[in-house]
Structures are given as structure tokens and as C-alpha cells.
Design a protein around this ligand. Sequence first.
Ligand code: PEP
Ligand code: MG
Length: 764
Amino acid sequence: MSNMQLDTLRRIVQEINASNGLHESLDIMVKQVSEAMDVDVCSIYLLDERNQCYLLMASKGLNPESVGNVSLQLGEGLVGLVGQREEIVNLENASQHERYAYFPETGEELYHSFLGVPVMYRRKVMGVLVVQKRQPQDFSEAAESFLVTLCAQLSGVIAHAHAVGSSDLFRKVANLSNYKTFQGVAGSGGIALGRAIILYPPADLSAVPDREAEDISEQLELLEQAIESVRAEIQLLDEKMQNSLMSDERALFSVFLRMLDEHALPLEIQDEIRAGSWAQGAVKRVIDKHIAHFAQMEDDYLRERVSDLKDLGRRILACLQEADSSHKELSSDSIIVGDEISTAALVELPVDKIAAIVTSEGAANSHMVIVARALGIPTVVGVTELPVNTLDDVEMIVDAYQGKVTINPPRRLRQRYKEIQKEEEQIAKDLKQYETKDAITPDGTAVQLFVNTGLMIDVVRGVQRGAKGVGLYRSEIPFMLRDRFPGEEEQRVIYRQQLSHFANKPVIMRTLDIGADKELPYFTIEETNSALGWRGIRFTLDHPEIFSSQIRAMLKASIGLNNLHILLPMVTNVSEVEEVLYLLERDWNAVQEEEQVKINKPKIGIMIEVPSVLFQIEEFSELVDFFSVGSNDLIQYLLAVDRNNAHVSSVYSHFHPSILRALSQLKKECEKYNKPVSVCGEMAGDPLSAILLMAMGFSTLSMSSSNILRVRKAICHIPMQDAEKLLAHVLKLNNPLLIKSWLENHFKNNGLADMVKTNRLITS
Ligand code: PEP
Ligand code: MG
């Protein structure tokens, strides 16, 4: 594509991003495309799933009366053909094609050439974009590639706008109520009914939710104060820079001040507030409108002013947010909704009051989801089409088994889900009997079930549910809850709690595993490829002072308890372990000397997360006492699939044949070198995969406390002999979905239907 086309494309996308709702977006799109391509007609037809047709939603060139009225059945006409074939149709003379369907109300007879491109989103046709010209002629390859690129870029925008404008979409052909279901990815199972509370990052204009002003004069007052503070802030900046910047370089400050003049931006923002918006939303709307205007300008200098405008908007917003005392109190039916919610942001909330979590980004094995799972909070992530900003206080149902989120649900659906919640409570009651049982198969094989911890609540639940030890203490979680690196004594107290609650049982403490999606609020690591970057042991070895204070705190915490095991995350090289062993020896000697006590030397293990380790078990066995499989990361690296990316979440599966085969071989390899190996990734907590791991010979599985009882029940019901047969069978299958459904069937046929989370298919 030429630079000019790329420029045009960027401008169109920007303008659409700043538009208000679906109809405006589509109108902008057809107008801009017809100008950019110099065609006589540009039209967009969107798929109306309920009515099984393509509806003409916007057109530049066709009779405006036909918009919203002309629709084609799925296989009908050339538009239907594009949708059916899912490919471009480029015709010199459309009317001569056998599939041509003529609608007199469009005035289409004037146009001969036809180029139709499918708008695809997540492998599904969402609609068809058509350009037409009077002259009979083929469209060039350049025109085709421009439209294909445009449609690929815009499909997400259309999908999102589709969702935002769902209530008025197709209003002319169908009388819809405004309830809608969105598909995401199941994170942590469960059902919740409640109301949305939007969690959005501060000083981020794009994240401000739409909200009605409760008290208009109060909002006007807040705005006035905010504008006043920003004015003062800019005047101060201007004065400060007087000696270092020339007057023309300081011109920006006077531009800002002019924009803040009471007859400029403030007036427009006040109008929005008077029309009913709260002040933060009003600022967002006005700034968005101006940005869209600037973005269309051909002049590069003026286009650059967009970032200044954003800066000004952010300053006003920050002042408003500082003064905002209207933080919503959480109640027991609060559903936390956001684009992205970090672990730190989650654990700062009163977690016992959260009914569910829904995010438009993220995937099932992100760190936040793992924590939510440990807390037993139903969570759906990667709901890419969710119009987050518009959902404040909206009623919703979260079905975190199926990964579905329904807004404004009708009464019947609410009732059905309430029944299911009751059934859930019953299942939880039945599972209680497994709190005091051992995980032993009917034919006598025992499996040790350990708990994964991070917060104190995990420890409490783990003890209550009969965990035989802590298989993975994620030490980064307490680090996330602070505003600086915790000191040695602070850490000692936290670790002591973990160790003493499991006195006489092994507690495996993992050293700090930050990087990638495990961010510390006070230590940002910015990398383009963070999953492959500065993570886990790679980070701590570069910061021996942080590492040592952690090791020393762990050693001190273990005095008299002697149940500490240390686990190293993200190990890739033998040399990393050698370095750790050196540091550990040094710290162990120093702490014993300082404390004047003998401390048992902790056993040392490594996580198997980086695939290279699979091929060096022999060498690592010479250095460490045990291994623990971090399947969450191992899957990410073996399948080359980002565990946090919703777009590829269907590729991420612990039932992938390569994963199962790798783990089965790994177990044999560890036996050869006589090293204990356990699994502490999420696949250990899924009863279906836990049974396979057991059959491979893994006799210790560590999981979130919320999965212990289910896994224990499955083990108590499935004889080892059957599990081995199941494993032998699935190891021959070539497809993760097939393997999963084979296992589900086995469970269902053996009285374990309630263990199969996805068995509740409710369609809205
Ligand atoms: C894993 O990768 O499987 C694991 C247990 O570690 P985390 O999920 O904390 O990265
Ligand atoms: Mg990991």
C-alpha cells in the first residue's frame, strides 16, 4: 500500500474511533472510502443474525431512503455471494452476473462495476463492504488490497461499535429489546447476577465510562474547579520555563490557556453536563470530538496538535478524578468490569464483595485470573466486543462456565440462572464431604493434593480443604500489594504466616516471579516481548539485593519450622541455578551466624516452564532436589501462544497432544534420575487433566484451593487402571478438542457430570 493510502486508512480509523455509536461510524466509513477511492457508491451491509439477512446500514451514493430498508437473505445477490464465499468479488459488470439481485429502491441500476469485500471478525463474516462505479471496469489490485486492509482494520471497530450501538442496530427491521449476550473466555468458573461497576485506570480519557450526572450543578462546580487548577498549573509551567524556552517555544502554553478560556472548551463541556453527562464523561466527549476534527486535517502540524489536546484533556480529567468522592461502594452483587484489570488493582478491592469479574481483554491463564480463581470469583475475560464504557450500573449475568456475559437479561433468563446458582450451592455442599477424605483411587493409588497460595485466604481455604502442603507460594503477590519493595523483616512476617499454617507439611516458596503480566505498581518493566523478556529468575539474578533479602527473609521465617522449600521460576540455564546455589549458601551461612541458630537447609527446586529444561533434566537433576511443572507458562512457550491474548485463547489448551506427550515423557525422565516432580500450573486443578497427570505417574498436584475438592472427588471415583487406559487412548489422538470431549464423556458416563464445568449449556 502507498503511504498516502496508509495515511487515509489511519485517518479513517481515528475518525471512527472518535465517533458516537455504530451509525455514525458507518456513515463516516462510507463517506471517507468513497472519497479516498473516488468511487460513485460505497455501502456497508451488516449481518443481522436474528433475521438471517444482510441489512444495508450505510451508503454514500445509493438512495438514502434504502438505508435501513433494503436487506438481502444470506445467499441472496452479490452481497450474499461475498458473504457465502468469504472472499472478494470483483466484477466489471455486476448486472450480467447470475447472482445479481436488483432492488429498484436503491437506484443501483446506474452502476456497473462492483467490488465487494467481506468484513471478517474472528473467522466470522460480520458484513460486506461494497464499492461501485458507473463505468464498467474491473477494480485494480491496489483497490482490492486497500479495501481488504481497511476491512481488516475496521472489523474490530465495527464489532465494537456493533456492540455499543446494539440497542438501536437493525431497529428498522426488528423490534429488539436491549438485552445482549457477549462471548468471552471462561476464566474462573461460576455464575453471578448483579450490576456492573466499571474499573478504569486514572487519567485515561478513553477509559472514562458514560455515566449520568446525579447532580448537574455539583458536576458543573467540579468542572469549574478542575479548569481553574489546570489553568494555574499551566501558568506555573509557563513561568518555570521562561528562562529555558524561547517565547515561541512556549506558545503551546498560551494555546492551552486560550482553549481553557471560559468561551472555549469549558463552555462545550458545560453543555454536555447540562445535557446530563457527569463531568468526566463530558470532558471525554468534547476532547474526542476535537481530536476527530484535528485528525482529519491534511496539515501535519495541525494533526500533531492532537497529542497536545489529549494532554490538556488528561490534565482536566486528573483534577476531576482527584476531587471525585463518588467512588461507588461495592455491594455483594457488584460485578467488576474493565478493559484490563491487573492483579494489584483486584486485590486492592474488598474481594469478598465481588460477585464476578468481566474484562474485555486478557485470557484464561493470566495472573489476575489465577488470583480470581483462588478467591473463587467467577471471571470472564477477553470479551472483546464488550462496550465497557457504557455499562456502568447495568444489570448483568456472568456465566463464567461458558464465558458468556448477558446485559439487561430478561426475567426468564434471570430465573434460570438463579436456579443454576441453587444447583451450584448444592454441588458445593456435596463436595464438602471431600474436605476430610484422602485423594485415593478406588484401586488404591494415593495422590498428594497441595494448594497454590499467594494471599492469606488461600492458606485458610487450603487448610480447610485438607491440602497436604503448599505446592506453590506465589511470593510476588504480597509484593504487588505494596507501593514499594517490602523490606526483609516485612517479608519475614508474611512468609512466617504461610509456613506456620502448614507446620509439619512442606511449603514450596517460589522466589519473586515478576515480569510479563505480573507487574509491580512501583516497578514498571516495559518490553515489546515481555513474555520472553526480563522475568522471574532473570530479573532477580540481575538484582541480587532484592533476591538476597527475599532468601534471607524466607530462611529467617523458617526457623524452628524447617518446612521451607525454595522454587526458582523461569529457569532456562544450568548456570542460573549455580548462581542461586552460591547466593543461597552465602545467605544461609550469614543468617545462621546473625541469628545464632541452626537452620535446616531448604530443598531447592526449579519450575519447568521453559521448554529447554525438558531436554536437560539430567544436568538439572545434579543441582536441584525437585522439579515443579509450571504448565501455564510451559504451554505458552511450547505452543507459542500468549497466555494473555484473547485472540488466540482457542489455541491455548492443556489438552494439546504435544503437551500431554511432553509431560508423559518428562515424568519418565525424572524417574530415571530419581527426582520428584509435581505439577502446579492450572492443568493440575482441572479434574479432567488431573486424572491424566495421575495416570502419567505425577503423585503430587498443586492447585488453587477452589479446585481441591473437585479434583479429590474425581480421584476418589476413577480407578488408576481406568485412568491409565484413558491416557493411553488420548495420547493417540491428534486434536485437543477431541481429547477434551473424550474425557468429558468418560466423566459423564461415570457419574461425574458435575465435574465437567461446561456441561451447562444455556442459550439466551
Ligand atoms: C505456571 O507458569 O504454570 C505457574 C504455575 O506459574 P504462574 O502461573 O505464576 O506463571
Ligand atoms: Mg509461570
